[in-house]
Design a protein around this ligand. Structure first.
Ligand SMILES: Cc1cc2nc3c(=O)[nH]c(=O)nc-3n(C[C@H](O)[C@H](O)[C@H](O)COP(=O)(O)OP(=O)(O)OC[C@H]3O[C@@H](n4cnc5c(N)ncnc54)[C@H](O)[C@@H]3O)c2cc1C
Length: 491
């Protein structure tokens, strides 16, 4: 495992290909700092004495080398691994007050571990062998990756091969003796400018006309032809709060990018392209069963703090709203646990979480995110929106007025009142707050996509048969109901 300073050093050596607001910038540009700090934290946490008791959650044993590795580089080899990944996600998101970001890399890596193996079994290819070689380096060097899945997609109702411009979905434009050339653009790629690898995978199910779009490959984030056009936002650094943490999302252009065969894990197998797209979404929604409860914990904690500052902690409406938030976070987390326990071993030995549990958790969480901010705003009052600026707290002429007139609950010192409101302003009334709200709805797929996944995997006929039996309508099939689950062997 490496340290956060080694991670930062690696970033500083990468080719300049990050564009922001009209400029070509370095990866250590101050506007990247929030995103870099989050990845740095995933290295620092391993040696943080305060988190010592979580060592087994934060680290894992590589099935390739037997070495101890950061769990963000691990392939899930058991139900216990799925549960640990979920726990790690909630724990790490708490440390940074929001998205931990490194999950996109590991979720796409696990999806590749399953599908490259299945391709080899079906077509006699050697994708899995190549993937394992890439994975060995990824684990041994504690590397970072993002997932470049979402294509820009052009005209939404049109399929990839129906678009006026075929580049609106990333596709293979040339096959050479030593590799392939890809062209197109991916969008909303979280933290692409602060990772070493882009895991490029398809967005959607593909048809037999769409083999050229069925491509999975690992591309260095600074490869020739890759351009990252970035939008970044950070939590305000005022008051010396930890971090600052933030995000940096990229419109990632692949302008005829050459990918050597050794980094190509799928190329043309259209039906497996679709499977890979859905499988990454599944792993990522399983991550959401850890990060979304963490996000609710963060918003709920802020709500409880606001209630304390305002002196209304024991009022019945506060208790009712906090209980509602607990229901959201623990329902989503509990469902994620169920997804892990009901996980299945795939051909490569990689475990896959249960699809229905992952999707209902993700859908429920996504649909609640704005409501949670609504509760916070209700209990906080209007101050996070209009709080006097930090300079006014530091100005000896205005500070006495602020101390006198901002005073609320006599049990809370005025400095803490100020800190609490400044923090809540940052996390609920800022650019990054808006990004996190949209991420809560769309990250890992829109609610509609989750509905499609749920309905596609749920056997409604079996449910209908329950009603038929109870209504006295004859049913031919013997009773069975697959949502009862099974006790996993390892429990
Ligand atoms: C903050 C943030 C971070 C993200 N991080 C990543 C990342 O790291 N990597 C990555 O690959 N992606 C990432 N995403 C992308 C995310 O998965 C997508 O935003 C999501 O899948 C929705 O796609 P879209 O944004 O293109 O919206 P659209 O697909 O344009 O959706 C807009 C609306 O149109 C509807 N719609 C779309 N197509 C159709 C159709 N054919 N028929 C009917 N209705 C349709 C949708 O249901 C939705 O209601 C991120 C998104 C956000 C907001």
């Amino acid at each position: 495992m490496i340290t956060s300073s080694e991670y930062r050093k690696r970033l500083s050596k990468m080719r300049r290909n990050v564009y922001m607001n009209g400029q070509l910038i370095d990866r250590d540009d101050p506007r990247m700092e929030g995103a870099v700090n989050i990845f740095a934290k995933t290295y620092d946490m391993i040696t943080d004495p305060e988190l010592k008791e979580y060592e087994d959650v934060l680290t894992a044993t590589s099935h390739l080398t037997g070495e101890k590795i950061n769990r963000f580089c691990h392939i899930h080899r058991s139900v216990a691994d799925l549960l640990a990944k979920q726990r790690m996600t909630r724990l790490t998101c708490h440390q940074v007050g929001g998205c931990i970001a490194r999950c996109m890399g590991i979720d796409s890596t696990n999806a590749n571990a399953v599908v490259s193996y299945e391709a080899d079994q079906k077509y006699g290819t050697e994708y899995y062998k190549r993937f394992e070689k890439w994975l060995r380096d990824f684990q041994e060097n504690d590397r970072t990756a993002c997932c470049a899945q979402t294509d820009v997609k052009g005209n939404r109702p049109a399929r990839p091969h129906e678009q006026l411009d075929p580049d609106l979905y990333v596709h293979v434009v040339e096959t050479k003796s030593d590799g392939i050339v890809i062209r197109g653009a991916k969008v909303h790629n979280s933290d692409a400018p602060v990772v070493e690898w882009l895991n490029v995978i398809p967005t959607r199910r593909l048809t037999k006309e769409e083999g050229e779009w069925a491509v999975s490959c690992a591309v260095p984030a600074d490869a020739e032809g890759v351009k990252l056009i970035v939008s970044a936002a950070s939590y305000p650094a005022e008051l010396g709060a930890p971090g600052p943490y933030g995000s940096a999302d990229s419109l990632t252009v692949f302008d005829n990018v050459f990918v050597p065969w050794e980094n190509v894990f799928l190329n043309g197998e259209y039906e497996l392209g679709g499977r890979l797209a859905l499988l990454f979404a599944l792993y990522h929604r399983h991550s959401y069963t850890g990060c979304k409860p963490a996000m609710t914990d963060v918003i709920m904690g802020a709500t409880a703090l606001m209630a304390e500052v305002n002196g209304i902690e024991r009022k019945p409406h506060v208790s009712e709203k906090l209980a509602e938030m607990i229901c959201t976070s623990e329902l989503c987390y509990g469902t994620g646990v169920a997804a892990g326990i009901n996980g299945e071993k795939s051909g490569s030995g990689t475990y896959i979480p249960d699809i229905v549990y992952c999707n209902v958790s993700r859908k429920h969480a996504g649909e609640n995110i704005y409501h949670e901010f609504d509760i916070l705003a209700d209990i906080a009052g209007g101050m996070p929106a209009t709080l006097p600026r930090l300079g006014d707290w530091e100005n000896p002429e205005t500070r006495p007025y602020l101390e006198k007139y901002m005073m609320r609950n006599p049990e809370v010192p005025i400095e803490d009142v100020h800190r609490a409101f400044r923090y809540v302003q940052g996390m609920s009334c800022s650019e990054i707050a808006g990004v996190m709200q949209y991420a809560g709805v769309h990250g890992g797929g829109s609610p509609r996509m989750e509905q499609i996944a749920i309905m596609g995997s749920y056997d409604m006929e079996k449910t209908k048969n329950i009603a038929k039996r109870l209504a006295g309508i004859p049913v031919k099939e013997k009773y069975s109901f697959d949502r009862l689950g099974e006790t996993p062997e390892e429990l």
